[in-house]
Design a protein around this ligand. Sequence first.
Ligand SMILES: Cc1cc2nc3c(=O)[nH]c(=O)nc-3n(C[C@H](O)[C@H](O)[C@H](O)COP(=O)(O)OP(=O)(O)OC[C@H]3O[C@@H](n4cnc5c(N)ncnc54)[C@H](O)[C@@H]3O)c2cc1C
Length: 406
Amino acid sequence: MTDMNKASKARTALVIGGGIAGPVTAMALRKAGIEATVYEAYPSPTEGVGGTLTLAPNGQGALELLGLKQEVTQIGLPIVGTALSFGSKNITIPQLDGVAPPLQVDRNDLHRVLHQAATAQGIRIEHRKRLIGAEQDRTGVTAHFADGSTARADLLIGADGVHSTVRTLIDPDAPGPQYTGVLGFEASVDHPVPGPAGITHFAFGRRAYYLYWREADGRTRIGFNLPHDTPIRLSQARTIPAAQWLQVLRDTYGQDNPGGALVRAIDPEQLQVNGSVWIMPSVPRWHSGRMVLAGDAVHAPSNSSGQGASLAAESAIELARALRDLPLEQALPAYEQARRPRVEHIAAQARKVNRVKAPGPVAAAVMPVMMRVLVKVAMNPERNFGPTWRHHIDWDQPVAPTAASR
Ligand SMILES: Cc1cc2nc3c(=O)[nH]c(=O)nc-3n(C[C@H](O)[C@H](O)[C@H](O)COP(=O)(O)OP(=O)(O)OC[C@H]3O[C@@H](n4cnc5c(N)ncnc54)[C@H](O)[C@@H]3O)c2cc1C
């Protein structure tokens, strides 16, 4: 789009995707004086989502900028301590001082809170709107949806997750997500573990990784990263009877302590199948003309980082700041320049942990060494988490254009 008016700031936006990045981006844009509408493929905010995610202090800080501190605190269980567990050996990880504890948040609850907050601010969220194409010209961008309808605005933001359509509209050669080699499952069981609520155990079982924590009501929540050679679509994974998955989980974790007792306590009805876990490799093009990416569509670190939602919230705010201060052609490079080094660094850190969680034959052979490295890293929380968790966005600070786009 060579002849786009360089002097014009975006005033309206189409946000594709109503997960986490979508509503947060729309709210951040509104704070920046830009009117946004969200288009979501599914019929309802919580359709198909489930499981727990961690909102790290940096993600909480980003949402606080949008006035959502209280809403988020109300739905979160503070992680008051963490431990690495190898068999029956537990190693307590020191906590990072001077930051709010990370929160365990039910993904359904987070979706609900974000949707309610966005709607209360007057942001329109349209469901059953699956984007299938877009075209841009000198004055705007038009989105085409599967139901035959269209929408037009100054800018289109792809907050459409790890399998993003917008990513391939921006660059047909864009890389797709990479499968981490594990499937995610979760359940809440009536089998208490000792200690206070919120102490989270990252457990390396005999055959696979799992994590668990005591919930506020005394039950125990357990999440599994089940090694599996090939990815399975979530819809397909959910057609397999829960009792069949549970048998696989029992075969895999049955010998672990306390994993064995926990997996045996799961009621098949309560087993949450979360599907394949994906990460995004580095995306060469974050934007093109009037289209740009946010959230998992452009930077999905592995779930090992506990940062997917938090980075999505940060990026939403930074994109809005850049669009507030700069014309479109300068705002999008400034946004990329502000975000790319940070998100790629965090993704690289998380990839190392993944090797321990889903080890191939070579990695398995050096597992004891990798474990020692993991413990050493965990024992230094300031170095390991400090720069990620202490990140603060100064909303009022003006955004400067990049040298190349001036
Ligand atoms: C098992 C697992 C555990 C995780 N644990 C954590 C954790 O502990 N901490 C953390 O921060 N993150 C975690 N994450 C990652 C976190 O869930 C994501 O980073 C976060 O959901 C990203 O938000 P998003 O809005 O970018 O993408 P999504 O939440 O995937 O939302 C994308 C939305 O776009 C919609 N959409 C897709 N295509 C289209 C289209 N063509 N048209 C219209 N709408 C479309 C989708 O329906 C969806 O609602 C985990 C993820 C998994 C899978």
